[in-house]
Design a protein around this ligand. Structure first.
Ligand code: M6R
Length: 614
């Protein structure tokens, strides 16, 4: 993970870099640092353990002048999160400074070699090896910085996005990527560099998304020069950003997570715009239309994802099997990629990822692609790695999701997957016309129904406070809402640090029922549907053991609400769409419990938004 930023231009670099680090803090926040070359030609590095705010405090009385600099916010992989291991790292002579996002797998071997040549190491990171090698190559091969970076990267195994400063060359930043994202922003007489476009959008909307193995040289007064690590020249492709600055601010909400929960009526409206056409009675997904035959001929669909995106995939399994009558397998990317899976040429592999950068999901689709499968991706970040290597796909268009706990991206993923299931089913003739039309109608009403649920926010906030005592939670659901039980539990544990488990409701009596006592809150998604009666029995089983029952029911339900300690009603909709509604109160519940426990909601401990390492 980690976030990297760079600036070269006429302005003071430090404020731009710090602001950029704040925007990228979602990628990691255990330490931060900055390197600047001032007008006297000194290369100054300042680093601090903790969040970017700690770095700002540390640098308060330091010389932070300079028009060129690089900065980093870290999520530790190699080496504990302390000041020494924070980036940037100096080279031996302190002529060079580097920042890095990724992992250098053969760093130990490279380090041994450098030590033999007298190089010493200050940190225990893999990154320091890179900067030392670049310096060693500069000296021994008598080459310029870009060539030294290139020769070094040719010896490296692993993933990286790096940026390098050279004290002797104060008008240039050299950067490169492989497996970790890097975007160049092109302003008037200035260049920006960042892990994503969020630190750049405020200054320019012209960007270049670097490709794997690209090296870029940013020199003031010149066009960016891009070559590959094997020294092929490339013509930079300049794109226009669609992002707006207001999407990156809290807009009056105390946390990004709450803002993102409340944005869902509008984000889903955007996700469905031009796709769900109620007037024409159809759903149009261009990524599907252009590749219809691949879907129609698929004997199997494999869905691969991690975390919350995996939960969205699980919901898709129910929908695709129901509507498209095609077997579906849902795989954790991290397991799939190492399992030597059997993949056929006529398999369709669907990758789901908010960031589009998750290392395991990226590796899973690379593997499937090598075996000839057709890759369709559902991602949020435009231009990210997963959509770029996919054969086709569909963006969720929910704007930047900054809270580490995924909310608006999830509901849009589920919506996209349901749309895709309906498209396949309609084309194959495996879904009755009447049902297709009803779901289409219901889909178009989802945003207003979410707004209705959000009106219950204050009540949820109120009763959430009564659960701060809990050490454990159980979440139960069946069918389409079983993945919501998993998702509700994940939301709670990641931001409140309360242990929580999600189960298919009927599995409870095969073990977890032993945990139930009056101390144990049990959240049950008991909306109307074909397993409703069964779940009522499961609630009885909890009640008989004095568990505290919190339920999500369909409006008008009286049976379950009478059995519950706390009950939240959601509007009626097609059964396959209930997860998009039932997850909303669970997002709010997790949020308010975490706030009541005074947790760092947007940046929970140990986590990072974008998991670009294995
Ligand atoms: O960017 P991705 O959707 O590929 O990320 C996958 C998971 O890392 C992510 O969903 C994670 O589980 C979230 N923090 C959950 O809220």
């Amino acid at each position: 993970m980690c976030g990297i930023v760079g600036y070269i231009g006429k302005k003071e670099a430090y404020p731009i870099l710090i602001k950029g680090l704040h925007r990228l803090e979602y990628r990691g926040y255990d330490s931060a640092g900055v390197a600047l070359i001032n007008t006297q030609g000194n290369l100054n590095i300042y680093k601090a353990k903790g969040k970017v705010a700690e770095l700002e405090k540390f640098a308060e009385d330091k010389d932070v002048s300079g028009h060129i600099g690089i900065a980093h916010t870290r999520w530790a992989t190699h080496g504990e999160p302390n000041q020494v291991n924070a980036h940037p790292h100096f080279s031996e002579s302190e002529q060079l400074a580097i920042i890095h996002n990724g992992i250098i797998e053969n760093y130990a071997l490279l380090k041994q070699g450098l030590m033999k040549h007298g190089y010493t190491f200050r940190s225990t990171t893999d990154t320091e090896v890179l900067v030392q090698m670049i310096e060693y190559t500069q000296h021994t091969s008598k080459v310029d910085l870009k060539t030294a970076v290139q020769l070094t990267l040719n010896q490296v195994v692993g993933a990286y996005a790096i940026a390098v400063l050279d004290k002797n060359n104060p008008n240039t930043i050299v950067a490169a990527r492989k497996g970790s994202p890097l975007v160049v922003g092109i302003g008037k007489d200035e260049f920006f560099l960042a892990s994503d476009a969020t630190p750049i959008v405020e200054y320019t909307d012209s960007v270049i998304y670097l490709e794997d193995e690209d090296i870029v040289t940013l020199e003031l007064g010149k066009e960016p020069i891009i070559t590959t690590i094997s020294n092929a020249q490339k013509t930079p492709e300049i794109k226009t950003l669609e992002m707006t600055l207001s999407q990156l601010e809290k807009g009056g909400y105390p946390h990004f997570m709450l803002k993102e929960i409340f944005e869902q009526p509008q984000t889903l409206e955007t996700s469905m715009r031009g796709r769900v056409n109620v007037d024409q009675n159809n759903i149009a997904l261009s990524g599907f239309i252009d590749n219809k035959e691949r879907f129609l001929n698929a004997q199997r669909i494999i869905i691969t994802a991690c975390g919350t995106s995996w939960h969205a995939g699980l919901i898709a399994m129910y929908a695709m099997e129901e509507f498209a009558k095609v077997p579906v397998e849902v795989e954790y990317s991290s397991e799939f990629r190492y399992r030597k899976p059997v993949i056929h040429k006529n398999d369709v592999v669907i990758a789901i990822s908010q960031s589009g950068e998750t290392a395991d999901t990226l590796a899973a689709i690379k593997l499937a692609k090598e075996e000839g499968a057709f890759i369709f991706s559902i991602c949020n970040v435009v231009g990210s790695s997963i959509p770029r290597i996919s054969d086709s796909g569909c963006y969720t268009h929910v704007g930047p999701e900054i809270g580490v706990a995924s909310t608006k991206a999830f509901t849009a993923q589920v919506t996209a997957l349901i749309m895709l299931s309906l498209c396949i089913g309609k084309e194959k003739g495996t879904i009755p016309e009447e049902q297709y039309l009803q779901i289409l109608q219901d889909l178009s009403k989802i945003p207003e129904k979410i707004t209705e649920i959000l009106h219950q926010n204050d009540r949820i906030a109120d009763f959430a406070k009564t659960f701060t005592y809990a050490q454990n939670f159980i979440y139960l659901g069946r069918g389409y809402n079983y993945p919501i039980a998993l998702e509700g539990a994940l939301k709670l544990k990641e931001i409140s640090y309360i242990h929580a488990e999600g189960y298919p409701a009927a599995e409870m009596k095969h073990g977890p029922i032993a945990l139930i006592s009056q101390e144990m809150p049990v959240v049950v998604i008991a909306t109307r549907g074909h397993t409703y009666d069964k779940i009522v029995s499961n609630i009885q089983e909890v009640k008989a053991r004095n568990g505290k029952i919190i339920t999500i029911v369909t409006e008008g339900d009286t049976l379950v609400s009478q059995m519950s300690d706390y009950c939240i009603a959601i509007p009626e909709t097609a059964e396959c769409l209930t997860p998009i509604l039932s997850v909303i109160p669970l997002q709010l519940l997790a949020y308010h419990i975490a706030v009541a426990k005074d947790r760092d909601v947007d940046q929970p401990r140990n986590l990072a938004k974008s998991v670009t390492v294995e």
